[in-house]
Design a protein around this ligand. Structure first.
Ligand SMILES: *Cc1c(COP(=O)(O)O)cnc(C)c1O
Length: 417
């Protein structure tokens, strides 16, 4: 990746947070002089363990592409990308040209960025001149790329994505043939870097009949490439579930999101891992993200009083309530009203009443010493207790990825050991 002048906007890194002991690690461009109402900590050691574990599964040769779409699954591109680089990653995959730009602001000069999704014609100039790679799944994009590449006198680095049965994006066989002959004719401006597809639900064992068809189709379409006398530098198909459980899908590169953040793609994939290793339990993937806030206010509530809006919670006895300074607008799901739990002073404190836009309340009656300013853990560990990402999903029906990827960009992220 080449950083041309004008990329790094001055001023973004100038403002430093002045509180806590985070100063050293803080590189977050969204961090201001004043404090946000919650914070996200990212564990470098958890990330390292996850990468080591995944590397064992995929073998030594495949390029590991860290999928950092959706603000690195909510972990925060600006903080996460340098952490991944510190752990040896030099390839990043994103869903849009906008995200590619975000990564380019955060990554090292020698890292590669690959766009798997939306790329507007207007952005092709920036993308090609900065050697950002991108999926091509229709002929108009291929032609436009060649046009822009020719204008810049630079090669567009492309990955042909083929349709194998996912029916999302991908070239069908006749489009592939058109694309291949076009690439042959314009090889001065088009670098055939990758040949790829994406599986539609490989994390589910009951879906394997469909996945098998996709695998077969991929190989069939690759024959078309060979017949044309072309060969891409890289073939790739594997996402997290594929990389962890189906070695035949690990080719020259893997595109891994979910697993390297420390989440299993599905119970099926976890169970397969147990079967393959003969273990009855194992926890090789470590949660990278923790989410924390502090108590904003403490209130004594009399028996029979209602807490917060409406009448969804009535105190069954005299209670002590802690008010936390965040709500559904900050990514804490409203579905956790009267259901969620946070950790305060090493104990579980249940949510009482509705999650409001910017505050919610928890019961701390059993935590006598709780006081304003105490840390409250929303996701993560505090002494012997853990609030897992999964525990959210149980109540909200949202998959793990949905919860984390929606954590607002404005929450500051910090790298911790
Ligand atoms: C999101 C995505 C991935 C990563 O999927 P995980 O299951 O999170 O590893 C890989 N490839 C493509 C095309 C994607 O959109």
């Amino acid at each position: 990746m080449i950083h041309t002048s004008g990329w790094r906007q001055p001023g973004w890194h100038f403002r430093k947070i002045t509180c806590n002991n985070y100063q050293k690690n803080n590189t977050n461009k969204f961090t201001s002089m004043v404090r946000h109402s919650s914070r996200i900590e990212l564990s470098q050691s958890a990330l390292k363990q996850n990468l080591t574990f995944i590397r064992k599964k995929i073998g030594p040769d495949a390029i590991f592409s860290s999928v950092v779409k959706a603000n690195a699954f909510g972990h925060g591109i600006e903080t996460f990308v340098p952490m991944a680089e510190k752990a040896g990653v030099r390839h990043f995959s994103v869903a849009s040209s906008y995200e590619a730009w975000e990564v380019s602001e955060a990554c090292a000069n020698d890292s590669t960025i690959m766009i798997m999704g939306i790329l507007y014609d207007d952005d092709l100039e920036w993308v090609i001149s900065n050697e950002v790679e991108f999926f091509v799944f229709d002929i108009p994009r291929l032609k436009k790329a060649k046009q822009v590449a020719e204008k810049l006198d630079k090669k567009a680095i492309i990955h042909l994505e083929v349709e194998t049965g996912g029916n999302r994006t991908g070239l069908d066989e006749s489009e592939l043939k058109t694309a291949l002959s076009y690439i042959k004719r314009h090889s001065d401006y088009l670098q055939f870097e990758g040949f790829c597809t994406h599986f539609a639900g490989i994390e589910s064992l009951s879906n394997q009949f469909r996945i098998q068809k996709q695998k077969d189709k991929f190989h069939e379409l690759y024959k078309v490439v060979e017949d044309e006398g072309l060969s891409p530098n890289l073939k790739h198909t594997a996402c997290s579930a594929a990389a962890l459980a189906f070695p035949e899908t690990v080719m020259d590169l893997v595109r891994v999101g979910t697993a390297h953040y420390g989440m299993w793609p599905s119970p099926d994939i976890y169970n397969l891992h147990l079967q393959q290793t003969g273990k009855s339990r194992d926890a090789p993937l470590k949660r990278v993200l923790s989410w924390k806030t502090d108590i904003m206010h403490i209130k004594e509530v009399k028996k029979d009083e209602f807490v917060g809006y409406g009448t969804s919670f009535q105190a069954p006895q005299e209670m002590t309530i802690a008010v936390l300074p965040l709500g559904y607008s900050n990514g804490y799901p409203r579905a956790l009203s009267n259901r969620g739990e946070v950790l305060i002073r090493g104990k579980k404190a249940p949510v009482v009443g509705l999650i409001n836009m910017n505050v919610f309340m928890v019961d701390v009656s059993h935590i006598g010493e709780a006081k304003v300013g105490d840390e409250a853990v929303l996701i993560g560990r505090q002494s012997n207790h853990v609030i897992s990402i999964r525990s959210f999903s149980e109540f909200t029906n949202a998959i793990n990825n949905e919860l984390v990827s929606r954590l607002p960009q404005a929450i500051p992220r910090y790298a911790v050991k």
